[in-house]
Design a binder for this molecule. Structure first.
Ligand code: AMP
Ligand code: MG
Length: 323
């Protein structure tokens, strides 16, 4: 062995000693921080002014370690509501609330919120963005839609393009598709081998934890529709000329892999619903109920974050604006 490799080995073993001595302390600090964040990211009860009669949206949160089966979750669920008119007023109220909370988050300029939207094709990601976020000041909100990676994106590690677009302080950022595509379409279409995508669950959990340690809250929604509902929505895109632009024959090809996608979603949700970055499986056959659940969940999460306006400069009362 050369001197050089010897000294490298020594450095390595010294580094290992330090790492081992630090490991319990680091782990404890990380666990404590994650637990504190978890309280905020998973508020147990509705804290909005006028809670619905049965505040049960937390039932859609997947608890860490729980193994859900999508087949057991009814995509038609809508509590006691049966039509859009029943929820319109509450949705309006939630949108106002969201607008206020977003303004406070922006003014506070310390923390931010990342909202991940995933679904089968036609699942309603675009509709959710349009209907839930319409009251928000565009200056404080960003939407990123992720498609097939460009050559440049594909030549980096899989998280590179998502990390770059994670929210800066004060912002609400929506990922329309996300880093989860790298364990969904990539898995189903076998774009990389299993031993590559399987390690990604771990990488995703670490990535999301790192974001939360940097004051970025992370909540994730799977908009759960049935296969029949997808057929109806694809058909209506074919039947309605105004919707033709939304129709992609690729969606028909992907539909053939429905069962594989359901399994991939289940496994992603089961492996990556953590206390600090929870997944919510939202019944989404009824668009209005989907919007209601998502709006409630986001408002409740922001209420728990409780962003504050920063203090004013001192002596404002003595300031006279010159002519
Ligand atoms: P759309 O959201 O309908 O515009 O479609 C975007 C397409 O990009 C979908 O077919 C996704 O599956 C695909 N896509 C998104 N992310 C990735 C990725 N990381 N690797 C491969 N395909 C992706
Ligand atoms: Mg599409």
């Amino acid at each position: 062995m050369s001197d050089r490799s010897n000294s490298e080995n020594n450095t390595d073993s010294a580094a290992n000693d330090i790492a081992q001595a630090e490991a319990p302390k680091t782990k404890k600090a990380a666990a404590l921080a994650a637990a504190q964040i978890a309280d905020v990211m998973s508020p147990e009860t509705i804290v909005v002014d006028e809670p619905p009669p049965k505040p049960n949206y937390p039932q859609y949160r997947v608890k860490p370690g729980e193994r859900i089966s999508l087949a057991d979750i009814d995509p038609n669920a809508s509590e006691h509501y049966t039509k859009k008119q029943h929820v319109e007023e509450e949705l309006e109220h939630l949108r106002d609330r969201l607008g206020d909370l977003q303004e406070r988050l922006y003014a506070e300029n310390q923390r931010s919120l990342l909202i991940v939207l995933q679904a089968m094709d036609t699942g309603g990601k675009d509709g959710t963005i349009k209907h839930v976020f319409q009251g928000i000041n565009p200056q404080g909100c960003q939407v990123w839609s992720f498609k097939k990676p460009s050559d440049e994106e594909a030549s980096h590690d899989f998280l590179w393009r998502y990390h770059q677009r994670s929210p800066r302080r004060g912002m609400i950022t929506i990922f329309n598709r996300s880093h989860y595509e790298d364990v969904l379409v990539v898995r189903v279409k076998q774009l990389v081998p299993e031993d590559v995508w399987r390690k990604r669950y771990h990488a995703i959990n670490d990535f999301e934890q790192m974001l939360t340690f940097n004051n970025i809250g992370v909540i994730k929604f799977f908009l759960h529709i049935s296969k029949d509902e997808q057929k109806r929505r694809l058909q209506s895109r074919l039947d309605n000329p105004d919707k033709h632009w939304k129709f992609s024959s690729n969606d028909i090809k992907e539909r053939l892999f429905w069962d594989d996608y359901q399994i991939a979603f289940e496994e992603a949700i089961n492996n990556c619903s953590t206390a600090y970055a929870p997944w919510y499986v939202v019944p989404a056959n009824n668009k209005w109920y989907r919007n209601l659940v998502i709006a409630r969940t986001i408002v409740d999460t922001l209420e728990a974050m409780n962003p504050q306006y920063p203090g004013a400069e001192t002596g404002l009362e003595n300031i006279v604006i010159p002519n």
